[in-house]
Every structure is written in C-alpha cells, then in structure tokens.
Design a protein around this ligand. Structure first.
Ligand SMILES: NC(=O)c1ccc[n+]([C@@H]2O[C@H](COP(=O)([O-])OP(=O)(O)OC[C@H]3O[C@@H](n4cnc5c(N)ncnc54)[C@H](OP(=O)(O)O)[C@@H]3O)[C@@H](O)[C@H]2O)c1
Length: 223
C-alpha cells in the first residue's frame, strides 16, 4: 500500500477544520501537524518538518511569515490565505531561493475556476459589443476579513473598469456574480458556494499535485 500524503495544517479556523474533517477517514491524506489551534501558539516547526505538504489558511497578517519559515524547512506549500497578492514577487523569490514547490489560489473551488473560464469566454465575446457594461457583486459572511475578496480582485483584473460591490454580512460562504448589461438585455454569470467543502477538496487536490514538484504554480495549472 502506498504511504499517505502527510499534511501540516497551518490555521485551524473554518477552513483548517474543514480540511481536517476531509482527511479523517482518508486513504490518501493524513494530518501530522496543526499550527495555531490558538493564535498565541507559534508555528509547529518540528511537526511541519515531517510533512510532505503544509496547507496555509490563516490571515494576511501572518501568511508571509509562515511562507518564510516553512520554505526554510524545505516543505512544499499550498496557500489558500488571501490578501497578500501585492507580495507575490517577494514570495516567488523566497520559493526560488529555498527550492520548494508552492501552489496558491484565492479560490480552490473547482466550480469557481470553471466560472472563471466561462467568464474569460464571455469577456472575449463582449469585447466586440461596447453597448454592454459589466458590473459585479460578491457576498461573504460577516467574519471574512478581506474586502474585496481575492476572487473578486481576480475578476476585476480581467475586466477593465469593472464596477464592483462587496457585501460582508450574514453567513454566506461565498457568492460572486458578473452582469453584462445593455439597453436591450442583460446576461448574468454567477457562482454560489453552498459550504466550504469545495474549497477544502480543491486544496487537497493541490496538495497531491505539488507534493513532488518545485516552483510556483497557481490552481489554474492543475485544471
Ligand atoms: N483559497 C480558498 O479557496 C479559500 C477559501 C476560504 C477561505 N480562504 C481564505 O483562507 C483564510 C482563512 O479562512 P478561514 O475562513 O479559515 O478563517 P478563520 O476561520 O478566521 O481561521 C483563520 C485561522 O488562522 C489563525 N490566524 C489568523 N491570524 C493569525 C495570526 N496573526 N497569527 C496566528 N494565527 C492566526 C486563526 O486563529 P484564531 O482562531 O485564534 O484567530 C485561525 O486558526 C482567509 O484568508 C480566507 O480569505 C481561502
């Protein structure tokens, strides 16, 4: 029997616990370390060193420090934490220097990545039709710290001059919508996450992908 992929969880909030639940009876993954069960704890460097892949779902305040520490150990990483995209060049240098494998995405849901591909197609079609304006909306639960979301920023990077609104209220795990609107009609593309299972499954898919690789990848490289 093939040995299981050893996972170190960094961050034990909503996403960390969702990933832990998926690994519980898994024949492919086992959790060997959990960091930050309490915010006051430091990284479990001893445990992380024994892992094949470390998965970071923490916050923008600590993710860069985690990337530095984990890459020094030579352990590959999956980073789902959002809000650090301005530091991507700095992170790429750290990864190259320490020769690890690194995969990141603001959204590890396979469904959202299909939504991105549908949007790319729509953007190409609407580029020839200036009578259509594009606008967008995203809704996330009130505890989400970053606004706009990493996914919204990615959508905005695809459409010039996009008018976008972010709502933080209630319990929604993630809703993104783009509307192409004209005098005559409107076309709406949207994605609604019903829970966090899709993000957690995608993050584990990314862990399997990055296990024996070096270099920087985004989730789109898998799909
Ligand atoms: N890529 C994706 O598919 C995807 C999907 C969902 C969420 N996300 C992102 O993933 C991140 C985590 O989301 P979540 O919903 O799991 O958040 P969460 O429930 O708030 O959990 C965050 C975890 O990180 C810890 N943490 C936060 N700041 C810390 C700090 N400065 N030092 C040490 N530990 C710290 C928290 O500890 P405490 O509990 O003690 O605060 C908690 O264990 C966010 O950036 C979110 O936007 C990404």
């Amino acid at each position: 029997m093939q040995s299981k992929i050893k996972i170190a969880l960094i961050g034990y909030g909503k996403m960390g616990q969702e990933i832990e639940a998926l690994c519980k009876d898994s024949e492919i993954f086992e959790i060997v370390s959990i960091s930050y069960k309490n915010k006051d704890e430091s990284l479990d460097l001893e445990g992380i060193a024994k892992a094949d892949v470390a998965l970071d779902f923490t916050s923008k305040d600590v993710v860069l420090k985690n990337i530095q520490e984990v890459s020094k150990l030579g352990v590959n990483m999956v980073v789902g934490t959002t809000g650090w995209s301005d530091s991507l060049d700095e992170v790429k240098k750290i990864i190259e220097k320490n020769k690890i494998g690194f995969i990141y995405s603001p959204n590890f849901s396979v469904g959202v990545n299909i939504f991105f591909k549908m949007m790319d197609n729509a953007i190409k079609l609407f580029a020839k039709l200036p009578e259509y304006d594009a606008y967008g909306l995203e809704i996330h639960h009130k505890a989400k710290k970053d606004s706009p979301s990493g996914t919204a920023l990615k959508i905005a990077s695809k459409i010039k001059g996009l008018n976008f609104t972010s709502i933080r209220a209630g319990r929604n795990p993630g809703f993104h919508e783009v509307v192409f609107d004209s005098e005559a009609d409107g076309i709406t593309l949207s994605h609604q996450a019903y829970n966090r299972v899709g993000f957690a499954k995608g993050a584990l898919m990314a862990a399997e992908f990055i296990k024996n690789k070096k270099g920087v990848y985004s989730f789109e490289d898998i799909l």
